[in-house]
Design a protein around this ligand. Structure first.
Ligand code: AMP
Length: 405
């Protein structure tokens, strides 16, 4: 479907074509008419589907039809990175329009606070915010949300996972009850539906099939114990200069630091990113990774959803992700735009069930690669964080053999 079929304003169509978008994606095809028709909407769609443009374009269209100086739209997102990314897209689409936008997120200094305060007092058409920082501003009388007509919750499931439910409800208490509410979420657990029932009016629903990892991704896994992971990772990266962009996901901040230390000094650049870094450092780390100045990025799952980094050659799940959907998100970092990529997962005996769920979700068994010989001598006693040590058999060729699917 062509964007012109949505009957969008000329300036918007110009910006769309300037950004190189030729056809609407399925979520855009379904969501844009619903949003233009003023319906509340729950959309089950992940990052990479074009969901951001799906809500930004109709909101901009409405702002073009009824220009205002007031704050018209509030977009709440879980992380600073997503706030920046969404605002960048707004700036791109609104380039030829008078619409103003601002992102508000934690970690800035005093001068940013002043700028945010100014924008909030004077009215900025579209505000993209993380909950914590917005609530800090809401404590002051200069925030005027009385004319907000659209509320968008992006990555709603992630926000509830982080524990933002109360914050979101508090923010909503500052908004007019007559408004359009749009909720985008990668998954639809019960708590999302409960929240939708509380804050929306007879919403339309759009569910996109969970995107299976692209065909171009070679997925494989190693079955190993914790003590073997660092050595295997080092060897996988060593001697493979053609892998220019490698993303390693780990479960905790402490492990991110450990992995970075293990990989340092091997003749390539490696950086870690987790919520421990302040905002400026996080942006710089991401920028360098995007620009391919940093070859290996080690991250907690802050990055796995929402962040649009393309053309990663290798994704390593150093730990099996907690949610099966996160696996799809992580693996989705590779092989975008019809390139090819490799996604490798390290599975310990304690992760077996979690990985079974992943295979069930993606609808196929991921190939298990035999461990290289050099790992055989690493004693099992080094394994940490395993809740199920007794079931591990060091010499078993395939400890998953005979498992029920
Ligand atoms: P999102 O799911 O919103 O994070 O979007 C993922 C990526 O797809 C972003 O880089 C967008 O710029 C891009 N994108 C969104 N819509 C389209 C489209 N219709 N055609 C081509 N690229 C798109």
């Amino acid at each position: 479907m062509q964007f012109s079929e949505f009957k969008l304003n000329k300036q918007l169509l110009e910006a769309i074509s300037y950004m190189g978008f030729e056809k609407a994606t399925p979520i855009q095809e379904q969501a844009i008419p619903e949003i233009l028709a003023e319906h509340d909407l729950i959309a089950c769609a992940q990052t990479g589907t074009g969901k951001t443009a799906a809500y930004i374009l109709p909101i901009l269209e409405k702002l073009m039809q009824s220009p205002t100086h007031e704050t018209n739209t509030l977009i709440i997102v879980p992380t600073r990175e997503l706030a920046i990314q969404v605002e960048q897209q707004i700036q791109g689409f609104s380039y030829f329009t008078p619409v103003s936008s601002l992102s508000i997120y934690g970690g800035g200094d005093g001068s940013e606070w002043q700028q945010q305060k100014r924008s909030l007092s004077q009215g900025t058409n579209i505000i993209v915010a993380t909950p914590g920082k917005l609530i800090a501003h809401l404590g002051f009388s200069y925030v005027d949300f009385s004319n907000v007509k659209h509320l968008i919750l992006d990555e709603a499931d992630r926000m509830l996972d982080i524990g933002f439910y109360d914050d979101i409800m508090k923010i909503i208490s500052h908004l007019p009850s007559k408004r359009q509410t749009l909720m985008f979420s990668a998954t639809m657990p019960g708590k999302i539906r409960k929240m939708a029932a509380e804050i929306m009016h007879t919403p339309s629903e759009i569910t996109l099939e969970i995107a299976k990892p692209a065909e171009g991704v070679l997925q494989a896994a190693y079955i190993l114990h914790e003590g073997q992971k660092a050595v295997l990772l080092r060897n996988l990266i060593q001697d493979k200069p053609d892998l220019k962009s490698i993303l390693v996901f780990s479960s905790t901040k402490r492990k991110v630091t450990d992995i970075v230390n293990t990989l340092k000094g091997n003749g390539y650049t490696v950086r870690g990113i987790s919520s421990d870094l302040d905002q400026k450092d996080r942006e710089e780390v991401l920028l360098n990774f995007r620009a391919k100045k940093t070859r290996v990025l080690v991250a907690t799952d802050v990055l796995s959803r929402g962040i649009d980094i393309k053309d990663i050659n290798l994704v390593v799940n150093y730990d099996v992700p907690q949610d099966a959907e996160d696996y799809v998100h992580r693996v989705g970092r590779t092989a975008r735009a019809e390139t090819t990529g490799v996604a490798l997962t390290f599975i310990t005996s304690a992760d077996k069930r979690k990985f079974d769920r992943i295979e069930a979700l993606i609808g196929k068994e991921v190939q298990k690669i035999p461990l290289p010989g050099y790992l055989k001598d690493i004693p099992y006693s080094k394994e940490k964080n395993s809740r199920n040590r007794s079931s591990w058999k060091q010499n078993s060729k395939n400890p998953f053999r005979g498992r029920k699917k």
